[in-house]
Ligand binder design. Sequence first.
Ligand code: AMP
Ligand code: MG
Length: 586
Amino acid sequence: MKIFGITGWKNSGKTGLMERLVAHFAAKGLRVSTLKHTHHSVDLERPGTDTHRHREAGAQEVVLASSARVSILHELRETDEPRLTDLIARLTPCDLVLVEGFKSAPHPKIEAHRASAGEALLAPKNHTIRAVASDTPLPALGLPVFDLDDTDAIAAFIEVATGMTPRSAPKLANDCFALPPGVNWTPVDEALETLESRLSPITGTEMIPVADARDRILASDHMAARANPPGANAAVDGYGFAYAGLPDGDNIKVPLVDGRAAAGTPFSGTVPMGHAIRILTGALLPDGVDTVVMQEDVQVDGSIISFPAGVKPGANARAAGEDVAAGKLALPAGHKMRAPDVALLSALGIADAEVHARLRVGVLSTGDELAEPGTTLDVARTYDANRPMLLSLAENWGYLPVDLGHVADDRDKLRQAFDDAATKADVILTSGGASAGDEDHVSALLEQTGSLHHWRIAIKPGRPLALAQWNGTPVFGLPGNPVAALITTLIFARPAFSKLAGGPWLTPQAFDLPAAFSKSKKAGRREYLRARLNKDGHAEVFKSEGSGRISGLSWATGLVELPDEALKITPGTPVRFLPYTGFGLT
Ligand code: AMP
Ligand code: MG
C-alpha cells in the first residue's frame, strides 16, 4: 500500500485538500483509504448507545455493523497514542492511504499552508514534508510549492513520490555506446571511462519500509528525523552527578539520592549538587547530572558512594545528537543499503526509504549447441552455464534477475526474444554470438538497430563486447565462453549496472600481494588470472590459463589483474589481487 500524508496547522486547508485528493484518486479507479489523527479526545459514540455500553463494560474491540458500513472501535487503554504503522496494519489492502495529521510520523507528506491563517511553515524543518500546498506564492524553500487548489498537480506529485507512477527516468542517448573513432583496441580504462560518462539511472523510484531496503539504492538524500542519541544519556552502568558539585580530595564521597535512572525509565526529579544517582547504560541523564562514574570504580556503603579522584568532567556521558544531529544528512542519494544502514535510518526515525526500483536484468543465452544442464548425453551439446551464472550474479547485486531463456542461432527467434526482453527487463545481458563471425547472430541482429558498437577491448580473457540498444533497452552482448563472460561482466557490466540502477560507478576493491607464481606478460592487453591466496597469503594462480577451464573460476577466490604493460613476474613480485567479494560475488 502506498502511504502519503497531508499535514499543516489548524485551518490550513488540509481537510479540504484531503477531500479533493480522495475524490481525484477514487475517480481514477483507485481504492483509497484515509487515516486521520486528532489531538482532542474524541468520543466516537454517544454515551448510552449499545456499543458504548459494551466498551464501558470492558470489551477490547467492538464491531458495529449494518448493511451500509462497519465500524470497529478499539479501546486504547494503556497506550497513549496509536502508532501510524499499527493503524495502517488494520486497514484492508488498498492502493493508497492518505493520512491527515501524524506530522511527526516518518511517511512523506505535503504541508497545507494558508498564509491568512498566519502560522509559520512546518517545512523545511520537518524533513518528511516533501512539498507545500499554499494559497499564496512563497519564497524559495528548496521544496516544490503547489497552489493549494491545484489538485491535479498535487495528485501527480503524490503519484511520483509514492512510486505509483515511477519517476520518469531519461532514456539513454541513442549513441551512448559509441567509442572514439580511430581506436583499434580500446584500453580497459578508456572503455570504463566511456561507460561511466555515458550511463545514467534508468529506473523509477518507490517508497518502501526501511526494514525491507537492504540492497536497494536510495533515490534521494535521507535526513535524520531526530537526533542520535535523542537525549543525553549514560554510556555505562554507574553513578551520575554534576561534576561541579564534587568535593575535593583523593577519595571522593558523595551521598546517593533515592531512585534510579534506567534506559526507558528516566528519573524525573533533579539530582541536587553534591549528590549522585544510580544510573544504568542508556538512561537519560537526569537534571543535575553531567558526569557518570563506572560502577567498577565505585564502593557503595549504604547510601554513600566513594571513588578515587580523577574522573573527567562529562565522563561516560553521551551528548544528545553527538552521533547525528536532527535534520542532518543520514545517507545520500545513490547509497546502496546494507544491514548497518538499515540500523542507522531506523535509529534516526526514518521508517520509509525512497529507493530506485530494482534494476531488472534480463539474461539470454544464445547458440545452437546449448542445452539445459543434464538434459542430454550428446557430446556435441554444451550445457548452458552462463545463464544460471549471470542470473545468480544479478541477484547477488540486488537486482531483479529475469530469465529470458535460451535461443538457438536463428535470427527470427532471436528478434522475438529481444522484443520480449525489452518489455520485461531494463537491461539485457546476452552471451554467445557477439563477435562478427558467420554464426554471430546476436551481433548481426543488433547491427540492424543502428546502435551496435563492437568494443574491441584490450583485455584477456575476452572477445569483443557487443553494446547496443533494443527498443531503447541497453544490451550487453557478452562472449559465450563462460570464463570471458564472467570476467567481462565483473569488469564492465557490474559498474555499468550500478549506474543504470541509480547507484555510483563502482571500482573493484584491490590490494597488492606477493605473487606465488612466475609469468612473463607481453605488452598490449590487461590480463585477469583466476587466483586465490595460498597459506602464506600470497597470490597463486590457477594451473591453466585456458579460457575453457570453468573449474578455475570456481577454484579461485578472486582475480589477479596484470597491467596493460609488459611485466615479468617471479615469486614475491607484488601483483594486484581483486577478491571476488569486492565484486559483490558471494
Ligand atoms: P560464441 O561466443 O557464441 O562463439 O561461443 C564461444 C564459446 O562459448 C563456445 O564454445 C560456446 O559453446 C560457449 N558458450 C556459449 N554460450 C554458452 C553458455 N551459455 N554456457 C556455456 N558455454 C557457452
Ligand atoms: Mg555461439
